[in-house]
Design a protein around this ligand. Structure first.
Ligand SMILES: [Zn+2]
Length: 412
């Protein structure tokens, strides 16, 4: 009888990610909604992988699957490694899932070598990061941090199923979600590996990067009021065209965002009213999404944009209404953990590179509980939320090595 060496951890991880993508609510595409049948199957499968990796496994009241690998003695504070296993509709297989399965694979590797660290490791598979099914998000990670929004379980999905009922049917318990919260003294850090979902690492020619912060966002709804009129009879110099004013405003927003690194501003929707080919638009509505790694930087940009818009409105004799519709603070990654990731990357012979995260992640919620850090992995073309999402086995290997090396250097 011949014995085969165990598969290289990264190859095993890639195979697991392929297998895991089979748990879908939709035939022929990956759609795994929170608390759905596919989520249930994914949890059952993951439970087995965690058990094989030497972890004790439980589902917490907010439906987060938690695998725990004890340290040099039982009951030590834990380093949490997590991400989400829900997906958008017609998703790629790496967003979220990579961070969870990489965490399990790292523990499997420690377990295979009989290695215990001076802290426990808990791998967390959150169920609700994408916020696709219910009008809530980060339920699992907020439950761990003890910050679930009141009323979060009273909302319903588009079929009228209440969040609380769906959670109960899944094996969770909305009335006991408070018990899912970790005490700060039981948690050393939260680490999240995630695909970048953007093109920066690829353009730098790097497999991984250290995340500095998860950008905070502010969103506004803008209404520009002019005067509707006949497209044929009102002379150009007498018009108060709301849409041309909005167009000038949008370019001013773009200019402001271009003026400094890491700041991004997007006008994603626009509407002209009444909306007819032969009518001068009397009203225009658009939205602004503004993000930056520092809240102060973002807020200064918001002020500058407001001033620019006021100036354009005055000069074009239109009214301007600015309505804030969303605000989320930026979450800073922990400098010590960032340095530990960077040192591990350097030891792997790779230039350590730091970048902010433009997208939101579970780490945002955990940042209120403990120090957090994220490692981004290069993804092809920066494509994400798309079946074409792709990473290489070599990059997965680097990410795994860096994670394991970094864990071995962490001091409790
Ligand atoms: Zn994600």
């Amino acid at each position: 009888m011949t014995t085969h060496p165990p598969p290289a951890p990264a190859a095993a991880l890639m195979q697991q990610l392929a297998d895991f993508a089979g748990f879908s609510d939709e035939e022929g595409a990956l759609t795994r909604l929170y608390l759905s049948p596919a989520h249930r199957e994914a949890v059952a499968w993951l439970r087995d992988r965690m058990t094989e990796a030497g972890m004790s496994v439980r589902l917490d009241p907010a439906a987060t699957l938690i695998g725990r690998y004890e340290g040099t003695r039982p009951g030590l504070p834990a380093v949490l490694i997590g991400s989400h296993i829900d997906t958008v509709r017609n998703a790629g297989r790496y967003d979220g899932n990579f961070g969870v399965l990489a965490g399990v694979q790292a523990v499997a590797e420690l377990n295979r070598r009989g290695e215990r660290l001076p802290f426990a490791i808990e791998v967390l598979a959150f169920g609700d990061e994408e916020g696709v099914r219910f009008p809530v998000t980060l339920t699992g990670s907020r439950a761990i941090a003890g910050t679930v929004t009141p009323g979060a379980f009273d909302v319903a999905d588009r079929d009228g199923v209440r969040h609380g009922d769906a959670l109960r049917a899944f094996g969770g318990d909305p009335d006991r979600v408070g018990e899912a919260a970790k005490r700060p003294e039981d948690v050393l850090a939260y680490l999240e590996l995630h695909i970048e979902q953007g093109p920066v690492l690829e353009s730098e020619g790097l497999p991984v990067g250290v995340v500095t912060a998860i950008n905070g966002a502010r969103r506004f709804r803008i209404t520009v009021g002019g005067m509707a009129g006949h497209a044929g009879t009102v002379p150009m110099e007498m018009r108060r065209d709301a849409l041309t004013a909005a167009a000038e405003m949008i370019l001013a927003i773009e200019r402001r965002a271009l003026a400094e690194p890491d700041l991004v501003a997007t006008v994603g929707t626009i509407e002209a009213l009444p909306g007819a080919v032969n009518v001068i638009p009397g009203r225009a509505r658009f939205t602004i999404d503004l993000r930056a790694p520092q809240d102060s930087q973002r807020d200064k940009a918001a002020e500058d944009i407001r001033a620019a818009l006021d100036g354009i409105a005055a000069y074009r004799r239109v009214t301007l209404a600015v309505e804030p519709i969303h605000a989320a603070p930026a979450a800073q990654c922990d400098p010590t953990l960032m340095d530990a990731f960077a040192a591990a990357i350097e030891r792997a012979g790779i230039r350590p590179f730091r970048l902010p995260s433009g997208a939101g992640h579970d780490a945002m919620a955990l940042a209120t509980l403990c120090p957090v850090a994220m490692l981004f992995v290069r993804c092809k073309g920066g494509v994400s939320h798309n079946p074409a999402e792709s990473i290489t086995v070599d990059d997965a290997a680097v990410a795994l090595d860096v994670l394991l090396d970094m864990l071995r250097t962490l001091k409790p």
